[in-house]
Design a protein around this ligand. Structure first.
Ligand code: M6R
Length: 366
């Protein structure tokens, strides 16, 4: 049932070219710059006219929400707030009938996320669910939604569900942009055509596994690890850190790279591995300065870079390349090596990768 892989997590990492393709199937008409989201069409106008979008979720799904915030604000120009469902539900939040609340959940059963949407529903908001498990509770509680179609995810550490959530949010952001006319059709067409290439690009990323394994060997005995990213790749840094801590039990933190100098930089010495997402995007020059700041304090740098990068390879201790792509798609690709890195570190440390201690696949208690 593990399809020849040693663990479900590894199988699920390698399934991503297919799970992403399944998430997009039947939804993209690139030539017409059109996206078909059957489960949302009834609410398309409501969505396009929303004053505000609030995303509620937990854990990895919350990280996907942060990528979604970036995409929806950039393309659809609607203000987005991303909330931990557990905080939102206990805060007496201000919600109106003009708000759209998006609940993101792999399992569709997370107690806090369910309570958050029940609260928002009572206040008159429109609820949209982005879930993986078909027929689960959150889709049933939602007015509309889209399934991520990543297939069953068995490993407790979420992998293919995350990249499918980000794919779904990319589609949704372009769908709203199309309705609102906030992005030229030609740009939407280009992005959709690129998105359709991601399964192939993920295959390229997976080819780096032997290299990632070597880097894992260098990091495996560390007690701490820092993950840095900027802009749309900041949530990827958070996700990289969460993956590492939950399966390898190494303490890890994700930070926006520019926040480093406001505290975490004090932690950096030759014992500290620092993983930086440093792809050629709008933050590239800034992230190079951040890498130099780490280097000056002798941190051990692993950089995720765009194929052919010659500048960062001079500074970083290790580099892992991902193919050149539109900035909006870098989170999906940059996540792949981070998943492999955590996986191999955890295996080398003898950890129970698929069922880490103290964790359950779906958190149905608050
Ligand atoms: O099923 P959900 O997406 O609602 O679950 C949310 C979190 O419990 C989940 O993402 C958790 O953080 C994972 N173990 C992360 O790998």
């Amino acid at each position: 049932e593990k399809g020849g892989y040693e663990h479900f997590m590894l199988k699920e990492i390698h399934e991503q070219p297919r799970s992403i393709a399944n998430c997009m199937r039947g939804r993209i008409y690139a030539d017409e710059a059109r996206i078909n989201l059957g489960g949302i069409s009834e609410y398309a106008v409501k969505l396009a006219q929303a004053k505000r979008i609030i995303i509620v979720s937990c854990g990895t799904s919350w990280h996907a929400g942060l990528v979604g915030e970036y995409l929806i604000e950039e393309y659809a120009r609607i203000p987005v707030e991303v909330e931990y469902a557990s905080e939102f539900r206990y805060r007496n939040p201000i919600i109106s009938e003009e708000d759209v609340v998006i609940a993101i959940s792999q399992s569709g059963e997370t107690a806090d996320t369910m309570a958050a949407i029940e609260l928002a529903k009572k206040a008159g908001a429109t609820i949209l669910g982005i879930c993986n498990v078909v027929g689960s509770s959150i889709p049933r509680l939602s007015h509309a939604g889209m399934y991520t179609h990543a297939g069953p995810e068995i490993g407790v550490a979420s992998t293919k569900a995350f990249t499918a959530q980000v794919t779904a949010l990319t589609l949704l952001s372009l769908y709203i942009a199309r309705q609102r006319g906030t992005l030229p059709a030609s740009k939407i067409a280009t992005l959709l055509a690129q998105l359709q290439k991601t399964p192939q690009l993920i295959k390229e990323c997976l080819k780096n596994e032997p290299l990632v394994k070597q880097i894992a060997y260098e990091i495996k005995d560390s007690t701490n690890c820092l993950f840095l990213g900027r802009g749309i790749n900041f949530p990827v840094a958070l996700e990289g850190a969460l993956k590492l801590k939950e399966i390898s039990y190494i303490h890890a933190e994700g930070y926006p790279a520019a926040e480093m100098k406001h505290g975490p930089i004090a932690l950096i010495d030759e014992q500290m591995p620092v993983v930086v997402i440093a792809t050629k995007d709008s933050s590239y020059d800034k992230i190079i300065s951040n890498i130099q700041e780490v280097k000056a304090r002798k941190g051990k740098i692993t950089a995720i870079v765009t194929e052919g990068d010659t500048i960062i390879s001079e500074i970083a201790d290790y580099i892992i390349e991902i193919p050149l792509c539109e900035e909006a798609l870098t989170p999906i690709l940059a996540t792949i090596p981070l998943q492999l890195l955590s996986y191999h570190i955890a295996v080398m440390r003898g950890c129970n990768v698929d069922q880490p201690r103290n964790l359950a696949k779906s958190v149905t208690v608050e």
